[in-house]
Ligand binder design. Structure first.
Ligand code: HEM
Length: 157
């Protein structure tokens, strides 16, 4: 698969349940909608929104761009309303009918009032049916540890 085939494979809307955890907080559940759409210039526009599955109250959101060049090196550029600006990079590769990304933060800036975040790792597994992912983070005093994992279904397929 070349980069334009990969972009078409990724494009779509995904919905499902996620599980959150971290050593400093109580476990929690969330409902999530992720969309990856193609911009007129061929960049992937990323949009994420989550809600509390019991109350419907909004939880975390983020927006960004997934840049994928001919070399299949991915560069994820993400802004979070919690005051985090993230660049995570890593290779995209194919395996067993899936497209896999393993991205590590290479640039992470937090705004003056944001909670500090030292590192992020995101692993995505896209298939024709959906998307599974895990997100790890490190904060002061806590090494890279899973914060989120979700299994989402591709909509309209
Ligand atoms: C890359 C994305 C995310 C980052 C960088 C992030 C970062 C953090 C940080 C730094 C904390 C505080 C931990 C502490 O001080 O002990 C936290 C807590 C929390 N996160 Fe996330 N988070 C992300 C995504 C999410 C998502 C998607 C959800 C829910 C759907 C979520 C829900 C929570 C909750 C409920 C807490 C505990 C209460 C709180 O501190 O607000 N997070 N997160």
């Amino acid at each position: 698969m070349d980069s334009s085939g990969a972009k078409s494979f990724i494009e779509g809307e995904y919905r499902g349940h996620g599980h959150g955890a971290y050593p400093t907080i109580s476990d929690f559940a969330y409902l999530e909608t992720l969309t990856f759409s193609l911009s007129p210039k061929g960049f992937i526009v990323y949009s994420q929104a989550t809600t509390n599955p019991e109350t419907g109250a909004p939880m975390h959101q983020e927006r960004g761009y997934l840049r994928l060049g001919e070399s299949m090196e991915a560069e994820f550029v993400i802004a979070q309303p919690t005051g985090v600006a993230e660049i995570s990079t890593g290779p995209a590769r194919e395996g067993e009918g899936a497209l896999l990304f393993d991205l590590h933060s290479t640039g992470l800036i937090t705004s003056p009032t944001a909670k500090p975040v030292d590192a992020i790792r995101r692993r995505y597994r896209f298939t024709r049916q959906g998307l599974d992912y895990e997100m790890w983070m490190a904060i002061p005093g806590v090494e890279l540890t899973v914060h989120l994992s979700a299994s989402l279904s591709r909509q309209g397929s």
